[in-house]
Structures are given as structure tokens and as C-alpha cells.
Design a protein around this ligand. Sequence first.
Ligand SMILES: Cc1cc2nc3c(=O)[nH]c(=O)nc-3n(C[C@H](O)[C@H](O)[C@H](O)COP(=O)(O)O)c2cc1C
Length: 191
Amino acid sequence: MTEDINHSDIDDIFENIWEALHEGVKNRFSDYHLFNLATRSNDHVECRTVVLRDVDKNKKIIIFHTNNLSNKINEIKKNKKVTALFYSKEEKVQLRIKGDANIYNNDKKCHNRWNLMSTQSKECYFQNIKPGTRIHAPADVHVDRHEELSPDFSVISIEIFSIDWLLLSSKGHKRLKFEKENNFKGYWIAP
Ligand SMILES: Cc1cc2nc3c(=O)[nH]c(=O)nc-3n(C[C@H](O)[C@H](O)[C@H](O)COP(=O)(O)O)c2cc1C
């Protein structure tokens, strides 16, 4: 988000949310590069850090990559409703994004994204032991070097249905809600 953003103009803020997310994809030093992904587990909520890999303002989606054998995949298969939580310390802005997570595996979308990845990033998807499995010692885990698309590589696209924007400021806190059912026309809510 730019320094000179008008924090009274709802449309301006919405534009800047998407600019910040785009920057998060491109710039690993951006506060928006990482987010916390919350999923529903059987009897509690799970949360973990993931990397923002792509965004599409027109389709209102955000994308991350994951191992298809990881626990979050099972959780998403049972309940696709997820929350993505971003916090920018620099801007004092929290974004709470809710949406439906769609899993893509071994398809054209995965091929396209795989081809853009570094060899090092690809290695994570050739692990000999499934993520989350109990092991004797860290050395039990190793990766083989391959270049072809790993069947363990999945792309998760979160189709957004609401964005909760919160600005903490000494001049007064501000909070906005944007919802799909309202065509993402923002409105103020009490912070
Ligand atoms: C800085 C950082 C970035 C991470 N990025 C990802 C990511 O993009 N995708 C991913 O699946 N896990 C990522 N992880 C690991 C997850 O936080 C998590 O430990 C792992 O995916 C297993 O989660 P699960 O058991 O809930 O499926 C990242 C962890 C850290 C600390």
C-alpha cells in the first residue's frame, strides 16, 4: 500500500489492498508475502504460515502452493471454507480474507506454475516421507532431485467471499468490510 493513500476513500483503500497483495507476490520482503492460513480440523482450528504465490483482482482469488500429502489438504477436502490472515507492521493494516479453497493437482494449472519454480522450490515436493509423519530423526527425511512435475505438488486457489480491512492508527482506528454478495462494495464497520 502506498504512503499517500487516502484512508477515507473506500474505493482507494480497495485498490490499495490489491496493489499490496500484488507486491506481496513479487517481493519477498513485503509484509504481504506471507499469510496465515486457517482451516477447520475435526475438533479445532488449524493455522499455519504459507507464501502468497499469485493474486487475481478480477477473479478475486489468491493462490499458494502446498504438498498434496499435507494435513491441510485433508482439512480443505472436508471443509473448503478457509481464512487467510495478513498483517502489515509497516502499514498497521490487518487483512482477514475469507473464501473457498479449491485444490488443483497434476493438471495444467500445476504444470504452468511448476515451470516457473526454481529447482530448490521443486525439491520440497520430492520428499521421501509424507509431511507430518512421526520420524526417528530429521536425517530420515531426504529429497531426490527431479525436474518433472511432482504428483505431490498442489496449487490452492482461494476464491474470496469477504475481506475485512483494519487500520490501527493513533488518529483513530478504521475498519472496512468488502463482500462478494455485495459485489465487493465496501462499507465501514466499527473497529
Ligand atoms: C516462512 C514460512 C513459509 C511457509 N510457506 C509454506 C507454503 O507456501 N506452503 C506450505 O504448504 N507450507 C508452507 N510453510 C510450512 C507450513 O507453515 C506448515 O508447517 C506445513 O505446510 C504443514 O502444515 P499442515 O500440517 O497444516 O498441512 C511455511 C512455513 C514458514 C515458516
